[in-house]
Design a protein around this ligand. Sequence first.
Ligand code: NAI
Length: 459
Amino acid sequence: MTQTTFDLVILGGGSGGYAAAMRGAQLGFSVALVEEDKLGGTCLHSGCIPTKALLHAAEVADVSRQAASVGVRASFEGIDLPRLYAYRDDVVDRLYKGLQGLVASRDVTLVQGHGRLVSPTAVQVGEVTYSAARAVVLATGSIARSLPGLEFGGRVLSSTEALSLPELPRSAIILGGGVIGVEFASLWRSFGVDVTIVEALPGLVPNEDRSCGKALERAFRRRGVAVRTGVRVDAVEQNASGVVVSLEAGEPLEAEILLVAVGRGPRTAGMGFEEVGVTLDRGFVQVDDSLRTQVPGVFAVGDVVDGLQLAHRGFQHGIFVAEEIAGLAPAPVADSYIPRVIYSDPEVASVGLTEAQAKEKFGADRVESIEYNLAGNGKSQIIGTSGFVKLVRDKDGPVVGVHIVGARAGELIAEAQLVVAWEAHPGDVAPLVHAHPSQNEALGEAFLALAGKSLHAHG
Ligand code: NAI
């Protein structure tokens, strides 16, 4: 007979859900993980992994274009779309098989089907009700949002369709200069597409430090990406050959396709949450610091919880909830220590507060910041990247924010994350020796500069 009572019943098998399932099983709980599509969710199948595979191919395209500048004879001949997709799918498939193996090896019961919360302790899938003896975890993720009156379809795409275009367009308009917008702009530009970004706010990546948005905009303009900031869309029309986007002011824009990347919303509708008493706010599940909803025994993790919509936050939420249910009293997951990486060219990576946020928190006169330019960093010069490391500190206090622009910034942010999370002072970090020549050295130099001991910077 099919087992229908488990310690934990988890609704959603994406980053948050499968992490809760695996950590729960590790802690000795019996676990049912309900997933209607594929284990691994958006991140593995239509988000982080496939987009970064395409962005890697974009980097290879640019490297081949620039090879002559370092004395290597090579040339860029074009993009072989079927081969590109085969490479991407191969990466995803390998990770998917690995994940399926891991989940099976932990004795997690994977329930395939659409689940619905039918009571504070039960999830129904088809005709079967799965009961939770200890807790239910809501991990249903997020979906692409559009603008009122603008539906996805035809030439109006979300990032999911944009990942698998049957052919590369000659031109594209991207609505939204946030994370998805700039990653696709970067990718498509490297593939030879004429790209225009339309962003309503005054700068690109407005959730990041202002200096990062400005640097990215300069780099994009140099790469031939058209950037329109502070611009609102009035209407969108599709015709046989493309889309026409009318703006509140100025000439309309035309392109073959329109990518709408104006944010992702929580996926919480129609699954019985509110009927059971779970409170939603703008669709997000309301939780306390321990990720408990108002209904005892029901937790929520990942993108359904308001805050940073990042897979690694979801993983950590999942681990946290399993440990919390086991009574291990884990430390709550603070968004402020979670690194953020945008995989455009150049990359933007950050952790902690922006300068503006620090000024708001500590008062403008208490905040110090420095920018160390990668022009002074040997390895950055060798690989031909420009950008900076910016540090923000509470005067006489610890470093509260680190912001990096440049190639491989996403790898450099790991050290910065330790500095911010451990509330280190510049003087604690400055004596640490960084390998030479490495891009990491730029962080070392920035900390030296903040401690008043810079060698490789003017001033
Ligand atoms: P986002 O919130 O990062 O950016 C949306 C942008 O659209 C904002 O800059 C906003 O000002 C702009 N916008 C909103 N309405 C507009 C309008 N009417 N006209 C023009 N611009 C408008 O959301 P995005 O890029 O859709 O990404 C969704 C989520 O997915 C984000 O939270 C992001 O962190 C996550 N994500 C993370 C990635 C990573 O970590 N590398 C990669 C892709 C997505």
